[in-house]
Each structure stands twice: as C-alpha cells, then as structure tokens.
Design a protein around this ligand. Structure first.
Ligand code: 5AD
Ligand code: SF4
Length: 461
C-alpha cells in the first residue's frame, strides 16, 4: 500500500511532501510528521517537485525495501540539485523502518540525504530540521528514546470522518520471519487517558470512525486501574470507554495477534454496537509445524477455536488475515493445511505474501528455503481461493441492509461513496448534489443492490 499525504494548498512559507510506504501505522506517522512540522511553517506540497522538504517514510517488512528507497533517493537527488542551482534548498529526510535498520548505510550511500530518523524520534523533527539547516551536515537519529514521542506531539488535525489513532507500538513476539521487533522496538502502550483525549479531539473535529492502531494492538494495556480494582486496563476496557466518547460512532482496531485475544476483548464484540463486525486476525499458516517454526505461539486448533468464540459473540463478524507461503521447510502438505484452514474459516479480505528472508531474522538462516517458483505457485493458488471468498462475500451482501459511513462525493451528481462495516466501498445516489453533500460524515442505513469489481452499489434503505 502506498499513501500520499495531501491537503489543500494554503499560503505557507514552506512546503512539505511526505511519501508513505507500508502499513497504516506509517500512514498515521506521516500525518503526525506533517503536524509536527506545521508550526515551522510547512504546508503540504502537491509533489516532490515543489517541495522544500521531502520525507520518505519507509517500510522494511518485505523484500527490496532498501533498494526501492535508494532508487527513489536517486530521483529526488536530481530535484534537490536543480533546486540548489536555482538558489533554493530541498531538505531530504528518510524516516521509518528502513531508516531504523539501515541508517548508517543510507548516509554512506546517499550522502545528499539531510536527515535519517527512526519511527520513535519524529517528535524531534523540528530540532533535526534546524540542525540540518544550520550545519548543512547530515543528522542521524535512530534512537529508542526514553521519552515517548507521543508526549511531544501536537493534537492531530483530522481529515474527513474517519481517522487512525495509534495506541500501541512495537512487538515482543519475535515471529522468526519478522523485522518489526527490531525496527519498532519493544511493546509500548499509550495511556488510556491520552488515547481517550485524542479520540475526543478527533470526534470534536467531525471524526465518526476511529481505527486504533498498533503492531500488536490487542497487547495494549494500561496499568493505572490496578490500584483501584486490582486489574489494569486491557483493550476491551479501552474500547468500552471509547464507545462512550461523544461523536464516536464506529470503532475498529488493527492489527491483532491471536495470542492476545482475551475474554473481555471477545465480550466487547458482543456488547458494543460501535465496534465494527470486521476483524483482522493474522494466522500466517494453517500448518502446526510451520506455526511452531514461525514462533507464533499458537496452533491451528487454538486459532479455529478463537474464531468460533468471536463468531459466537458477534454472529455477523467477518474476518481478514495475513498469510505467508513458502516459509522455510513448508511442504506441499503444510501448504494444503493452509488451504484447508482458509476453506474452513472463510475470509473476506486478506493479504498474502511469499516468504521473504529478512536480514538478521532467525528464519533467514533456516534450512529448507523454498524455491521461488514453488512460492509463486502456492501464492497463486492461495490468492485464487481468497479472491473467490471475497467475491462470494460481496455477492452475499446483496439484499442486506448495512449502515454505511458516507465520507466523500462520488464522480456523478448526487453520488456519494462510503464504507460498509466490512470496509467495502459503497456507492449510492441520493438526490441532488447539495442534499448529498449534507450527508457526508453521516452513518446512514443503505440497502446493497449490486456488486461491482471493487465496490458495492446501494440505495437508501
Ligand atoms: N516475508 C513475507 N511476509 C512477511 N510479513 C512479515 N514479515 C514477512 C516476511 N519476512 C507479513 C506477515 C505480516 C504482514 C504485515 O507482513 O504476514 O502479518
Ligand atoms: Fe512481526 Fe509477529 Fe510481531 Fe506481528 S507479531 S509484528 S508478525 S513479530
């Protein structure tokens, strides 16, 4: 997924362009970097060509991440040089997980980069920009500082009716294929008070849907409550409190680990109508042997039992997941177990990847690396099945009434586009342009009438 942060042009002294790679957490981080730089006079540029500062917010999760960054930097270097020739300056910053993992290497191979910063230090960006501007030398800050960045960030500026809210970062699970524990560091949770204050601020700006973000969002906890009733807060309790924030009509959270799905969180799915019946719960593989080698900390049966409990709590729940094919040692029989699990559970949206060895992770050094053509074949087979399931689910939605959050105008007069509880884009025609515009930001009941390749068509219910 790629994201571009753009806002309407305003009259500002300087322009910032942020290019985002990777996960939703990076999308959130990019928006916060823009917030942090706004007091310095940075407004958003339409593209790198007219920017005084460009930030690449990078992702390291899969292959060729670093190479992509270096080729993008090559292109930006030309723009930077052209700007310098015209008497101007373009500050170039590399942020995110590639910066964290390969900071020194970036400065060695791309000495024209002004700032390299990891995901935990972007609250210090103004200081880094000042230093880079003063000295002309490069600034590297990939520490894991003692002070959490969240304490230093300004209140987020909301755009539209749906917003991300980062509540947890980092990972202590150490799945053997994954770089996240190394690039994002240990699990860290923001306080319940800080999260609820940010949510209220967003709702006050017109946000109706909040998606709580974390690499292990359901590992979120806050021990403040411990003194009073003996138990700290876990995610279920946070969701209940969030559901009480005025204006918050819809809540989601992602990404969860099956190991951290506790009873209270499952019960929250039964109790909270605001909690959308759609859960991203990565399983990665359906083979016990592979799950063990991945150090996932759960087996196939535990995952299936968890799905049953969730569906019992919320019968209209739909699931999405992540899968990896071709993990070292994966045999045809292991892969068949994954296909069987997919058939048994039925997923409505999924992300599936070929295993890619990441430097420094245990799996990269394991025996039994699977040949690329085998990975290709398995991925194609899995994706065909997952695609069929998505299409079948979309067709099963026809005739159903769904509450849709209308968030933008469509291409045609009076047309609006929104999101279903299951994140499907929904198109609806609602009279004239003005009448339709008044409904933007509202959750309205619609009846699904047909399915397009990438969206649903609805009429007022
Ligand atoms: N190779 C392939 N896929 C990976 N993921 C994480 N690390 C790797 C890797 N080395 C996938 C997992 C994870 C998602 C965010 O990315 O499926 O859930
Ligand atoms: Fe990576 Fe596993 Fe942690 Fe998810 S739980 S971030 S896959 S190590």
């Amino acid at each position: 997924m790629k994201g571009w942060i753009s806002r309407p042009r305003t009259t500002v002294a300087k322009r910032l362009f942020v290019k985002t790679y990777g996960c939703q957490m990076n999308v959130y981080d990019s928006a916060r970097m823009a917030d942090v730089l706004a007091p310095l006079g940075y407004g958003l540029a339409d593209g790198p060509e007219d920017a005084d500062m460009v930030v690449l917010n990078t992702c390291h999760i899969r292959e060729k991440a670093a190479e992509k960054v270096f080729s993008e930097l090559g292109r930006l270097r030309k723009l930077q040089a052209a700007k310098a020739q015209a008497g101007g300056r373009m500050i170039l910053a590399v942020a995110g997980c590639v910066a964290q993992a390969e900071g020194e290497e970036i400065l060695r191979r791309a000495p024209f980069v002004d700032i390299v910063l990891g995901p935990q230090t972007y609250h210090r960006l103004p200081e880094m920009v000042a230093r880079a501007s003063r000295s002309g030398g490069a600034v590297l800050d990939t520490e894991f500082p003692a002070e959490p960045k969240f304490d230093f960030l300004p209140e987020p500026r909301a755009e539209g009716s749906s917003a991300f809210l980062s509540v947890q970062e980092g990972c202590d699970k150490f799945c053997t294929f994954c770089v996240v524990p190394y690039t994002r560091g240990a699990e860290y949770s923001r306080s319940a008070a800080a999260v609820l204050a940010e949510a209220a601020g967003l709702a006050g700006q017109g946000v109706r849907e909040i998606t709580l973000l974390g690499q292990n969002v359901n590992a979120w906890r806050d021990d403040v409550g411990r003194d009073r009733d003996g138990a700290g807060w876990t995610l279920g309790r946070l969701l209940r409190a969030l559901a009480g924030v005025e204006g918050v009509e819809r809540i989601r959270y992602t990404t969860s680990h099956p190991r951290d799905m506790d009873d209270d969180l499952i019960a929250a799915h039964a109790d909270l109508p605001q909690l959308m019946p759609f859960l991203h719960l990565p399983v990665q593989s359906g083979s016990d042997r592979i799950l063990t080698a991945m150090n996932r900390g759960h087996d196939r049966a535990t995952y299936l039992a968890l799905v049953e409990r969730l569906k019992a709590a919320r019968p209209d729940l739909a699931l999405s997941s992540d899968f990896i094919v071709g993990f070292p040692g994966e045999t045809d029989a292991d892969f068949a177990d994954t296909m069987a699990l997919v058939r048994q559970v039925g997923f409505v949206q999924t992300y599936s990847f070929k295993y890619s060895p990441r430097p420094g992770t245990p799996a990269a050094a394991m025996d039994g690396q699977v040949p690329e053509p085998v990975k290709d074949r398995r991925l194609a087979e899995l994706q065909a099945l997952l695609h069929d399931q998505t299409v079948a689910f979309n067709h099963a939605c026809v005739g159903r009434e769904m509450r849709v959050l209308l968030d933008r105008p469509g291409r045609h007069t009076g047309q609006l586009v929104g999101r279903s509880p299951y994140m499907q884009p929904v198109h609806v025609k609602l009279g004239g342009t003005e009448a339709a515009a008044r409904l933007i930001g509202r959750v309205v009941p619609l009846r699904i009438v047909s399915v397009h390749p990438n969206s649903l068509e609805a009429i007022p219910a």
